[in-house]
Design a protein around this ligand. Structure first.
Ligand SMILES: *Cc1c(COP(=O)(O)O)cnc(C)c1O
Length: 424
């Protein structure tokens, strides 16, 4: 920074040149060692060309059963004709106009979500982290507007995952993810999951609200006790603080209800959604009761892409499938079937698994050792799975998974477990 009263010479100050790790004369004459696609992921060496339902085919013609759904996102499976057609037709008409104008597709999707949930109003964005950012801003601003200007702190839970942006990382609170990224965004307090005494102890005059996942996904497919969710609702009412839910992974039918909190018979005040809501098309949403939604008046929050005609067309097509009579009930039935199987497999291979847990079609097998070996063994059988925290192998098949798919997946899982257990 050059002081205002000094002429700018164009020379960088000494401290920035000496020993700066970024100091370099490198040009393209020295070929870079890094891949063109940023290597921030440890990717499996598999590339898929097409899919149908719960199945995917690689570019070299191998077939895999997808029990990961692109991290619980391809909710109505791959190549769903209704979704594909809706997107193609809308793309040919108009994809994007910005939120400077009315967007009928967004108005329709919002109305349908309002009709199907506790919410009175919906804000659309593009991802889960963005939905959580919007939810956090809404919670803080609503509290601010109610005259409690100091009440900006949000209680979150150990083992949570809320995203990778700076504020949602702070809400996540995982040391490993925060490491090296500078000052942690202020205003998040963490307490143990499913521990009501710890929540009560943490609430103070600066508390704005609570954000909880009804079932922790990334953290290890760990469901909240339903009584814990009811107690959180009660404590929020008691102290006049805001109850926020992160249903980015658990929502849109994944647990056998449209939203997982319905299992507890309570409603949050504000809620984030993403992943399954677009069926693979990037879409996120903040759903809220009027009292809180109205905090975000014009000028307080916004997005360029969020809720554009193409994304909302995808969202509407996904809802057409998920809200069809009997669909979510069938997810619940299939979830129970999968759980019976994982329970049995966990019992059959006690040297590999500690237990089975989960809700609906979001199921986990807690492994004795890190779940990488189990995941690799599943892949070798042709079954795609995901890992999660707490040594968990996560299963999140598309909601359209068939009974036959489930039977085949369970058979592959059992074979993989037998291999890992060292049995022939
Ligand atoms: C995946 C996830 C997020 C982050 O969503 P992105 O779309 O990756 O930003 C936030 N919360 C939960 C519960 C999630 O599972």
């Amino acid at each position: 920074m050059v002081a205002k009263d000094q002429p700018f010479t164009g020379a960088r100050p000494e401290w920035s040149r000496v020993g700066s790790p970024l100091e370099t004369n490198q040009t393209k004459a020295v070929p870079p060692m890094i891949s063109a696609l940023l290597p921030n992921y440890a990717r499996a060496d598999l590339a898929f060309e097409r899919g149908e339902g719960a199945w995917l085919w690689t570019t070299d013609g191998r077939r895999f059963l997808d029990f990961g759904s692109g991290i619980a996102t391809a909710s109505i499976g791959h190549g769903h004709p209704h979704l594909a057609k809706a997107i193609a037709e809308q793309a040919a008409k108009v994809m994007h106009v910005s939120n400077l104008y009315r967007i009928p597709q967004a108005e329709k999707l919002a109305q349908r979500l309002v009709d199907a949930s506790f919410a009175d109003s919906v804000f659309f964005c593009n991802s889960g982290a963005e939905a959580n950012e919007g939810m956090i801003k809404m919670m803080r601003r609503a509290m601010f507007d109610s005259g409690k200007e100091e009440a900006c702190r949000i209680i979150c839970f150990e083992g949570a995952f809320h995203g990778r942006t700076l504020a949602t990382l702070a809400a996540t609170g995982n040391e490993h993810y925060l490491h090296g990224f500078g000052p942690v965004v202020e205003g998040f307090d963490h307490v143990p999951f499913n521990n009501m005494n710890a929540v009560r102890d943490m609430i103070g005059p600066k508390t704005c609200g609570i954000i909880v996942e009804p079932i922790q996904g990334e953290g290890g497919v760990r469901p909240a006790d339903m009584q814990f969710l009811r107690d959180l609702r009660a404590v929020c009412d008691e102290y006049g603080i805001i109850f926020g839910m992160d249903e980015v992974q658990s929502g849109m039918g994944r647990t056998g209800k449209l939203f997982a909190h319905e299992w507890a018979g309570i409603t949050p005040d504000v809620m984030s959604s993403a992943k399954g809501i677009g069926g693979g098309f990037p879409l996120g949403a903040v759903l809220a009761k009027e009292k809180f939604a109205k905090a975000l008046v014009p000028g307080t929050h916004g997005t360029t892409y969020g809720g554009n005609p193409l994304a909302c067309t995808a969202g509407n097509a996904v809802l057409d499938v998920i809200l069809a009579p009997g669909f979510i009930e069938d997810v619940e039935r299939k979830g129970r079937k999968l759980r019976e199987a994982t329970n049995a497999i966990a019992k059959e291979f006690p040297s590999v698994f500690v237990d089975a847990r989960g809700m609906g079609l979001l199921q986990g097998l807690k492994c004795v050792n890190p779940p990488g070996a189990m995941q690799a063994a599943c892949t070798a059988e042709g079954l795609m799975t995901i890992t999660a925290g707490d040594n968990v192998l996560r299963l999140a098949p598309p909601l359209v998974v068939t009974d036959s798919d489930l039977d085949q997946g369970v058979a592959m899982l059992r074979k993989a477990a037998a291999k890992v257990a060292g049995q022939p």
